[in-house]
Design a protein around this ligand. Sequence first.
Ligand code: 13P
Ligand code: SF4
Length: 351
Amino acid sequence: MLNQQEKVTPRSELIHRIKQLLKQENAVLVAHYYVAPEIQDLALESGGCVGDSLEMARFGREHPATTVVVAGVRFMGETASILSPEKRILMPSLEATCSLDLGCPADKFADFCAQHPDRTVVVYANTSAAVKAQADWVVTSSVGLDIVASLHANGEKILWAPDRHLGSYIQRETGADMLLWHGDCIVHDEFKGLELEALRRQHPDAKVLVHPEAPESVVQQADVVGSTTRLIKASTELDATHFIVATDQGILHEMRKQAPNKTFLAAPTAGESASCKSCAFCPWMAMNELDKLASALESGLNQITVDPALARAARLPIERMLNFSAQQQRRVRSSGNIENDMELYQHVGAV
Ligand code: 13P
Ligand code: SF4
């Protein structure tokens, strides 16, 4: 007879089953920091990765598995498929999209580009393959600032889409001439500058970590602005015990794992009278559920496919970004004395 501890719960059975299926299907699980903690843990325990959108793209491409299961949102699955057309890309839910992707339809974006043929087209990774196919460069939040800075240094004028907050942050930091599409992330757009000031007054020693999809009033109060990975690294390396975090709360799982003795507070998305003051959860990331993940592996349904002609066109600007980032890291490492990735990021000033 099994004692209490030995009893297998249905959830742990499901996790066990997914691990078996991953092996059986020669598959690897690649997850984003915003998905449920149990899926993040499963990705790591099964030899996959949890990362920001750039790391997910790299990992999926480089891993020898023939199937990549992307626990994130649709643009991440599409990027994996574009970079590895020979692999099968599955997602727990094909409905998991992103407000930035939805807010930038390919035909309207084509009209915008046609009106400004003299500009270099830079698009955020949170877009469809059809939008990426029209771009000169694709960027994620971890390399966007550096790529635009280098284009600006080259005298190029930029057409940017779709996130207006990230675009205007990069514009302020680099001084580049940028025309911005007016999209936003429904999660980050909700962070409130005034309420953040009030929370900082209650915790004057806390460091403020902000994803650049947040509005300017929030970004201006940040100690560190950066991609999800950059914010996690900052939380371990900065000399503070308290942090206020302005991004999807899924990230707190990894922050608490890496810095268990520190206190993490979610930045406010609403005022005093609201019933939920910190409600930063992406509804599409939440669609990545364990049972859907198991079904995707069992049935082989939920496969992401990208039209081959579109994929070929979209691959070029994505490869440019990956090459830029790889070169940048090589340059910094060879310039010496870079002990760890945090130093590397600070050294290159990456977002
Ligand atoms: P990162 O590339 O920083 O992980 O951001 C992706 C995203 O969708 C943030 O909302
Ligand atoms: Fe898109 Fe925002 Fe969700 Fe990120 S958090 S996937 S930007 S809607």
